[in-house]
Each structure stands twice: as C-alpha cells, then as structure tokens.
Design a binder for this molecule. Structure first.
Ligand code: ADP
Ligand code: MG
Length: 343
C-alpha cells in the first residue's frame, strides 16, 4: 500500500528525517510514536506530497508521490497538524469545496457530505463559520475533509491534540471504524494514545526508526523489562545471596550507595503476570526481610512510559545502560524529594 524507502529530509544542516524506511500493509492502523521534533510531521508531509524529500522514495498504491503525484494523492486523505480549513467559510461550504476538490461527482456530493458530516459529528454545526468553532470541532472538520471521498489511505497527524477526553474517545472510535475499510496511519507523542488504537507501532526519534512491531509485541517487550530500584541495609554479599532466591529476576545489580552499610540495588524482571497474585516485589521484600536486610527506600518502578521516553530521548549511539542508570537515579531523587511511594 505505502512504501517508504530511505527517506531523508534536511533543513540546512539539520537532519529532520534520517534514512527512514518502512512499508504499510492494507487494512491496519499504524502509529508513528515519537516525542516532539522526532520528524513525524515532516515524514507525513513528504508521504502526502506536501513537501519534497532531500533523498528517498515514497510509493502510494504503486504511484510515486513525486513522479505520479496526482494518482498518488487520489489514494490519500490527509489531516495535517494544522487543519487547512478556511475560517470564513461555513462548515458546509468548506465541505462542498472539499468534495469538489476531491473530484466527487456532482450528483454524489450531497450524500457524501452528509455521510462524512455524520461520521465526524459536525452536522449540528454545519451552518456555522469555521472561525467560530472550538478547536475540537475545527479538528473534526479537518478530519471530515481528510475522509471525504473515502480514499484507501488515511493519514492523520496528531488527530487528538487539543481535544477533551470525550472528544478523544469519539475520534478513537471513528478511527477504529475507518480502519475496517481503510488503512489508517496516525501520529502521536503519547504512548497510550498509540497503544490504544494502533495495530502496529513505529517509534521514531531523531528522524530515525528505532523500533517497529505490532503493538502487542512492543508492549510485551517493554513490559518484559520491568525495572525496580531500591536501597537496602546490609552487605553486598548478603543482599546478593538473598536476592538469588527470588524467582523471575532476569538481572540484578548490587553496588555500594553513598551511605555506608547501605547498598543500591537494580533488578529487572519479566512482566508481571496478571493472573498471578504473586508480585515479584513481594518476593523481593520477603527475601530481604528473611536475610535481615531491610529495604530502606521504596522500590521504584520504571514504567512503560519511561522506557518509551528513554528509547526516544537518547541518541542511539550513546550507551543506553548508563543512561538508564542515570534516569533511575534522577527518578529516585525526585521521589525522595516528594517522599512518595510507588508501591
Ligand atoms: P514532529 O512532528 O515529530 O514533532 P517535525 O517533523 O515537526 O517533528 O520536526 C522534525 C524536526 O525538523 C524538528 O527538529 C523541527 O524543528 C525541524 N523542522 C520541521 N519543519 C522545519 C522547517 N520548515 N524548517 C526548519 N526546520 C524544521
Ligand atoms: Mg508533528
């Protein structure tokens, strides 16, 4: 359906998109996940023919977006980051213009506009000027334009930004509905947003693709890295000995802390088993208690969100392990400050 090969976009010396390659198959929801500035919008703007690439190729339904732009664009509906709506038109006027622009036959236009307005729930504001609409409604009008004519590929750049929770749920429902007959590609900088609706996730950072997999595989992979960090009173040997009795730890590091007689422990374990009442944190607690090595600071759980942040914030060439340790320390310092417990 969509094939992106070795895409590069430079703004002067700045590389916004750095040799990005991926393919998108029919009938799924794809998510571009990455922090602000990762290159999501730039990539989408290139895929939809809004801007040119410095290098690389984009094929849409077998059509090159540059060489065969008209045919390629016919297959795409696009909601850019800032919807291209005309403030001085009413919603209906704008959607008539949109239907015309997309080459929908005159006799089919009215029915098409009604259908699209119903799906995006803008019927009740159809006579209002776009400039008088709330951000949420303006976003929906942009979405109505994107799906007008029901092109096979629908690309939505941060479709839920600035919407309230109720509107977010409505848009998610609509995206799921659309995915029954369309390929949907959307972007977000929020992990939960993507994991909620997408079948497939592409994590982008610094213009590069750093992970691409099904949502369930990625979630499993990330959960598989649950990390806990805590301080324990006792000797390194005694603590190591005690923790060696805990099942399910895939990694353990015990080192001296700043305070004498207290060691700093980092453990990694497999994802918590939802069916099991036995939480590995409990096992750790009892093992340490049994060895008379009391836990001095509450366990710090490094969440999925933090792992995502870590994956996307660090330069890939840097040493990830060091970075993670730094992150955990920083999280711990913050926790010590507000004296809260994560347990
Ligand atoms: P995202 O959508 O993931 O937040 P963008 O694609 O908007 O990221 O931006 C990627 C990078 O390219 C950022 O560093 C941004 O500052 C830069 N950038 C985007 N558009 C331009 C532009 N027109 N001129 C110069 N730099 C730009
Ligand atoms: Mg963006």
């Amino acid at each position: 359906m969509v094939e992106v090969k070795n895409l590069v976009k430079k703004y002067g010396d700045h590389v916004a998109v750095d040799h990005l390659s991926f393919t998108v198959e029919k009938g799924q929801i794809y998510g571009f996940l990455g922090p602000n500035g990762a290159g999501k919008s730039t990539t989408m703007n290139i895929m939809t023919g809004y801007i040119g690439a410095t290098e690389g190729e984009v094929m849409i339904d077998g059509h090159d977006i540059l060489k065969d732009a008209e045919a390629a664009k016919r297959s795409i509906g696009y909601l850019p980051e800032i919807p291209p709506v005309y403030p001085d038109m009413t919603v209906l006027e704008y959607l008539k213009f949109s239907a015309e622009l997309k080459g929908i036959k005159r006799e089919a236009q009215d029915a098409q506009i009604q259908k699209v307005m119903e799906m995006t729930r803008v019927t009740e504001v159809s006579e209002r000027l776009i400039k008088n609409l709330s951000k949420g409604y303006r976003q929906r009008v942009g979405l109505a334009h994107a799906i007008m004519g029901f092109p096979p590929i629908i690309i939505l750049d941060e479709p839920t930004v600035g919407l309230d929770p109720k509107q977010i749920i409505e848009i998610r429902e609509l995206i799921k509905e659309l995915s029954k007959e369309h390929t949907v590609i959307l972007s977000s900088h929020i992990l939960s947003e993507i994991s909620e609706v997408c079948d497939y996730v592409m994590i982008i950072a610094h213009g590069r693709l750093i992970a691409a997999d099904t949502t369930s595989n990625l979630t499993r992979m990330m959960q598989g890295q649950s990390t806990y960090q805590f301080l324990v009173r006792g000797s390194e040997d005694a603590v190591r000995q005690a923790l060696s009795t805990v099942e399910g730890l895939s990694k353990m590091e015990v080192k001296p802390s700043a305070e004498e007689g207290i060691v700093d422990v980092v453990t990694e374990c497999l994802g918590l088993d939802e069916d099991s009442s036995a939480d590995v944190r409990e096992s750790i607690f009892y093992a340490l208690a049994h060895a008379e090595c009391p836990m001095m600071a509450p366990s710090q759980h490094v969440s999925l969100e933090e792992i995502f942040l870590e994956l996307t914030q660090e330069q890939p060439e840097n040493n990830k392990k060091e970075k993670r340790r730094f992150k955990i320390k920083r999280a711990k310092a913050e926790e010590a400050q507000d004296n809260g417990s994560d347990l």
